[in-house]
Design a protein. Structure first.
Length: 348
């Protein structure tokens, strides 16, 4: 059985004979019901579980190799995805790898539902290398023509979790990065970050910041974002003129050479921000923010820019306004700022 599994045929080797009328009617019914089910999946949990729903609803499970009935059924299903328009968008969720591969290779029209877009990205994490390659080719072929309104709901789900997919490859990450660079997709994601308070927006912010096109929107996100940690991240990127993001790589960091102890740390990448800023205006706005986490970052900005030739002398007034801040963390940063100013011969 194991030898037969590894010696299995590819779907191109199946017969090209036409389907019977009964088979055509059955598969068209599957297509109609399947597309209706996929179109109804709007909530994130439904989109994530689309594969399970489709397989259970239509019994699209793996077909055992070497069993005549199972082989014949697989052959018929592969014929169907090649002969019945639209069926591949349902059979891309099939439990059999050969059928999934055939379905992906037959997808030539832009995807119309978020569940299908999620399913295509999920196929990049498929256990079968052939299916992953077919998904990569299909993604390159279709994503540029797929509407942003269909893609963005999927990215909200993908971005926090895709780094944990065990078979996620560099090619998959590059395909995701290309999708994130689309202006219409990027604009919708930024609108999400600015106008909503949904969960895990920090992951979304971090991932889109890989794209330099985001830099021109950082001030908008700082001034307008609803969530304080998003405003803080935007302010930090602007004041430090740097954005960072995590990678899948890990490294060992020695903490005790004598005892041979170490810890595992995630590897981060960074790039420079490409827009010019007015640091005084940003720090002043951050100091007036209602969230202590933003005021703390503004106070750190006071320390970083205290010797700036143009604004250094104007920062004392902002520091004075934060001296009695309700947050102990903010007051601590101001105490440090005042101490450094005194040590440097520029008393408050």
């Amino acid at each position: 059985m194991i030898w037969k599994f590894f010696k299995r045929k590819t779907y191109e080797e199946t017969s090209e004979t036409a389907l019977s009328n009964a088979d055509i009617e059955s598969f068209r019914n599957t297509y109609n019901r399947g597309t209706s089910l996929l179109s109804s999946m709007i909530q994130p949990d439904d989109i994530r579980n689309a594969e399970r729903f489709i397989r259970v609803e239509f019994s699209l499970y793996s077909r055992w190799q070497g069993e005549p009935f199972q082989d014949a059924l697989r052959t018929t299903e592969i014929k169907a995805v090649k002969q019945i328009p639209g069926l591949p968008s349902v059979f891309m969720f099939h439990g059999d790898g050969l059928v999934r591969e055939a379905a992906l290779n037959q997808l030539h029209e832009p995807l119309t539902t978020p569940a299908c877009v999620y399913g295509l990205f999920w196929r990049l994490n498929d256990w079968a290398p052939q299916v992953r390659q077919a998904a990569q080719n299909t993604l390159n072929r279709l994503m540029t023509a797929t509407p942003a309104v269909v893609i963005v709901p999927v990215l909200r789900i993908l971005l926090p979790h895709v780094m944990n997919w065990g078979r996620w490859t560099q090619e998959g990450q590059e395909a995701l990065d290309v999708t994130l660079t689309r202006p219409d997709v990027l604009e919708m994601l930024i609108d999400d970050i600015v106008t909503t308070r949904q969960a895990q927006l920090g992951y979304q912010f971090r991932e889109i910041c890989r794209n330099p096109a985001v830099d021109q929107h950082l001030e908008r996100m700082f001034y307008k974002a609803q969530l304080p940690h998003i405003r803080t991240m935007a302010l930090d990127a602007l004041l430090s003129q740097t954005v960072i993001w995590p990678t899948r790589e890990r490294r060992k960091v020695c903490i005790d050479r004598y005892m041979g102890r170490y810890r595992i740390e995630q590897v981060f990448l960074k790039r420079d921000v490409t827009v010019n800023i007015d640091p005084y205006s940003l720090i002043a706005a951050g100091a007036l923010d209602r969230a202590a986490i933003v005021r703390k970052r503004a106070a750190s900005g006071l320390i970083a820019f205290r010797n700036h030739p143009e604004i250094g002398s104007k920062l004392d007034e902002i520091a004075a306004s934060l001296k009695n801040d309700p947050s102990a963390a903010v007051r601590g940063r101001i105490d440090f700022y005042e101490r450094k100013r005194s040590e440097e011969g520029t008393p408050i």
